[in-house]
Write a protein that binds this ligand. Structure first.
Ligand SMILES: Nc1ncnc2c1ncn2[C@@H]1O[C@H](COP(=O)(O)OP(=O)(O)O)[C@@H](O)[C@H]1O
Ligand SMILES: [Mg+2]
Length: 263
């Protein structure tokens, strides 16, 4: 397969303060984007990169919970200062609202929130900003693809047909908008039981097949492991909590690969 080379940037508005911006996307909710984005960010950090994490899910922010962040960002000279946690510069709409408040915003307000987060945050000296996208092919994806320079997108899916259908829609959209797709990840690909047997809970092989069909790179499988959810709920994702865990090792290898693509 063709080696991915990052498109030289600065076509659209780049985010100031980072060399590269990579979004984690899927067309469907609940497939593990936020889990993936947080663990990938931590794995890149462990690979020696300086990382920012931008939670762009305005309606359903996950970062406050996944990183157990309760403090509000300060502002300085009209810019928000990211909250530092696990040595990662973090920003989320959830830092600015109460946990229980539902976000009832119209499209233009979402667009304006995204612009604030990409232009009015003082991100500093970063190698990568990892953007955790909301599900769908809506305003956030459009704003990012058309107005902000994204250096790459990683698409997450489960191997289920219903998720893959939406993934294909997502691939077509990003291709059309000229946003580079780094590759596809099969999350919750299978489960290994205590009996050592492999269970294909959501079917198997569908994500890899879709990658081939669209001539994209397949970046690998991440199995279902209850520890992943446990550490997410504890506010300290598995890569940070248990760096030696087999799931963490998958993330560390993937981070190494992504680092090599860009540096
Ligand atoms: N590999 C995995 N193994 C076990 N649970 C996972 C895995 N990936 C994600 N999850 C769980 O799936 C749920 C949805 O994940 P989340 O990251 O919030 O998805 P999304 O951001 O796509 O909506 C969470 O409860 C999370 O802990
Ligand atoms: Mg999410």
């Amino acid at each position: 397969m063709e080696q991915i080379k990052p498109r030289k940037k600065f076509v659209k508005n780049p985010i100031i303060g980072t060399k590269f911006t990579i979004a984690v996307s899927s067309a469907k909710g609940g497939v593990g984007k936020s889990t993936f984005a947080t663990n990938l960010a931590l794995a890149l950090k462990k690979n020696g990169c300086k990382i920012g994490l931008l939670d762009a899910d305005i309606y359903g922010p996950s970062l406050p919970k996944l990183f157990s962040i309760k403090e509000k960002p300060k502002s300085e000279e009209g810019k928000l200062i990211p909250v530092n946690k696990y040595d990662i510069q973090c920003m989320s709409i959830g830092f600015l609202t109460e946990e229980q408040t539902p976000m009832i915003w119209r499209g233009p307000m979402v667009t304006s929130a995204i612009k604030t987060f990409t232009q009015k945050v003082s991100w500093k000296n970063l190698d990568f900003i990892i953007v955790d996208m909301p599900p769908g092919t809506g305003d956030t994806q459009l704003t990012f693809s058309q107005e902000i320079s994204l250096d790459g997108i990683i698409i997450i899916s489960t191997p289920q047909e219903i998720a893959l259908q939406d993934v294909k829609r997502g691939i077509r959209m990003f291709d059309k908008l000229g946003t580079r797709i780094i590759g596809l990840v099969d999350n919750m690909s299978h489960f290994i039981g205590d009996d050592g047997k492999k269970y294909d809970i959501f079917g198997s092989g569908g994500v890899e097949k879709t990658a081939k069909e669209f001539n994209k790179e397949f970046l690998g499988n991440i199995p279902i492991d209850p520890e992943v959810g446990k550490y997410g709920d504890l506010g300290k994702p598995i890569v940070e909590s248990e760096t030696e865990h087999k799931i963490s090792k998958i993330y560390l290898r993937l981070a190494e690969k992504i680092k090599r693509i860009y540096f």
